[in-house]
Design a protein around this ligand. Structure first.
Ligand code: FMN
Length: 229
């Protein structure tokens, strides 16, 4: 597993149909919720690749044959065959993808060059039609398989830091903290609103007081005037 790698350039040598069947019977042992076997594989060799090339060209609005499928002598189309049951489609696609990963590992282990390829055209109508897909069937791409060139690049020292991809669940307090923050923010908003209301009421009261004083002064002035007369 640590030493596997995708090989984009392969020779014309390829595993036989019999060898392939043998590896598929092992790859098909991936975990499969409800054992629906929601996958199937299609073997493309020789001119089958031209049929795919024509479909890719059509999907891209081009004439002729796209030569991409000719990059390897054997292409294995990976199809998720989504069954209509209560099991979500994503679980079924996960199983189909699991088969493709397992098969590519087994092919790599058996000494073959493999790369999983996709493209914008993977789920195009013309491409689905060329593979004879039925309703509910989805392509997940193709495993391009061939011989390993003698002078293929040495295995790069790719390492994965397991620690980086493994974490613990966030503590339950983290959720409580969020709730507390939201509560505090609500309280602050409400307090600001109350203060604004109080300021408005005080202003109104001051104005009423001033008006009353003005009115009293006016009345007093009027009374004095009446007295004089
Ligand atoms: C679903 C899927 C689709 C992929 N599609 C392509 C592709 O279209 N072209 C390509 O060069 N590689 C494709 N790859 C292979 C990755 O590019 C490859 O795994 C990656 O470059 C890492 O290289 P390594 O497998 O040697 O570690 C695909 C892999 C997966 C799983």
């Amino acid at each position: 597993m640590r030493s596997r790698r995708s090989l984009s350039q392969v020779t014309d040598e390829a595993p036989t149909h019999k060898e392939l069947v043998e590896l598929i019977s092992a790859a098909g042992r991936v975990a499969d919720h409800k054992e629906l076997k929601p996958w199937r594989l299609i073997e493309l060799r020789g001119d089958d690749r031209l049929v795919l090339g024509k479909a890719i060209a059509r999907a891209q609005g081009e004439d002729g044959v796209n030569t991409k499928p000719l990059r390897a002598p054997l292409l294995i189309a990976v199809v998720a065959t989504i069954k209509s049951t209560s099991l979500p489609a994503w679980e079924q696609e996960a199983t189909a993808a699991g088969v493709a990963h397992a098969l590519s590992l087994l092919l790599d282990e058996a000494g073959w060059g493999v790369i999983w390829r996709t493209g914008d055209y993977t789920r195009a109508k013309a491409v689905s039609k060329a593979h004879g897909l039925k309703k509910g069937e989805l392509l997940l791409g193709w495993l391009y398989v061939g011989g390993r060139p003698d002078r293929s690049r040495p295995v790069r020292g790719k390492t994965i830091d397991g620690e980086r991809y493994l974490s613990a669940m966030p503590s339950e307090d983290a959720g409580d903290e969020d709730a507390k923050d939201a509560k505090d923010a609500k309280q602050a908003r409400e307090s600001e609103k109350a203060q604004k209301k109080a300021r408005k009421a005080a202003k109104k009261a001051r104005k009423a007081e001033k008006d009353a004083e003005k009115k009293a002064r006016k009345a007093e002035k009027k009374a004095r005037k009446a007295e004089k007369a």
